[in-house]
Design a protein around this ligand. Sequence first.
Ligand SMILES: Cc1ncc(COP(=O)(O)O)c(C=O)c1O
Length: 450
Amino acid sequence: MPHAHTEFNTADLLAGRPVFWGQGLTPLTPVEDPSAELITPAAVAEVAQRFARFAPLMALLFDSVAAHSGVIESPLLPVPQLQRALGLSSDHGALYVKADHQLPIAGSVKARGGTHEVIEFAERLALRHGLITPEADYRALASPQARALFGQYTVAVGSTGNLGLAIGTMAAALGFRAEVHMSADAKDWKKRRLRGLGVHVVEHPGDYASAVAAGRRNAADHPHCHFVDDEHSTSLFLGYANAASHLAQQLHASGRVVDAEHPLFVYLPCGVGGAPGGIAYGLHLTYGRHVHCIFAEPTASPCFLMQLLAGSDALPTASHNPSVYDIGLDNRTEADGLAVPQASLLAAAVAGPRVAGAYTVADDTLFQHLYLAQTTEGLRIEPSAAAGFSGPRMLLDTNQGRHYLASQGIGPEALQQATHIAWLTGGMLVPEAEYQAFVERGKSMEKRGV
Ligand SMILES: Cc1ncc(COP(=O)(O)O)c(C=O)c1O
């Protein structure tokens, strides 16, 4: 096959058309980040222990997790009807969804990292002030003394919406003051919901990066303010990485084997890269080269893909941390959680070498898939969460995707035994009227055969 056939298609990326990139197409320039060395298997294990220590308190604070002994988790679901609707036969393996759109507390994948960073901060404060010991019953953190301590501190975050929901909800439940800096992309209902919880919502006219920068500046002036830095936080990243061990149990319980003959493909909607990067890191610890994590981004906001291509000839910019604006894209997408112009260097440093690939998807396709997910399987998701559904076809139908499969020695027999997981990253809390508008748009796309 001539080399040109499988080259990465820069012209399509620049024109905002869907593209696929797989490892091996361009040489990766290693990304350095000072915090990357804190992301270790031992640190992931510590997160699991911390969540276990907090589980009784979580059950006390949130009815939604009480029935699950305080564990914040979501089901892994087979979706055979959706698989057929997406044009995937049994020759391509089996499609599942990881239902993080139903995750308690925040209704999105952000509940994983967001709750972790808040409980880690609370634990540090409470230990320092002698309110608990590591062996204590952490329900003591719901006491008036603990709440009085937490009430002296503000937890702040910059967000396109869902991280703000997770941080704001968890922080408010423990008695912290909470401040969420929202970008212009953030949906009104997310702001309303937070204000209803007593969270201070600061609206910024700019994009995600400027909301984060404003929150970071604001926090720097206040010693009693803990700023959750979505671009740099190891605590968030490790909270996402913790997803892998539970998923491994679920795959095992579903009889899905993962090895050289049974590859696992995981399609992860990507904004700044923390959530998909952390999950990819965790899955790599468990499955090594048998898991293939593929990041999904809107055609208008492919910041992580650009980060992977940084330093190569495939991009018309020499920046080491390129922005989508550098190449003439506008970062305008209905997938608000993914509307991010520049990738996290921490996520790129840790997850970059471990991802199998990345692709982009047009907004119209997101809505069409949102509609199909509803009509075939009754899944209620938001547009960002639909980004994973294009993954299998991008892998199977593009020259670049096929090149990746061939480079990994994955032939028809292994494909037949493959497991594909589309990670559904948000949706449960979307108000009915907004959700119906999404469905209507998706329905019209489906009729037009987008
Ligand atoms: C629904 C949804 N999916 C995916 C993501 C991507 O996560 P990250 O920005 O950490 O890459 C977000 C981020 O807010 C989100 O809200």
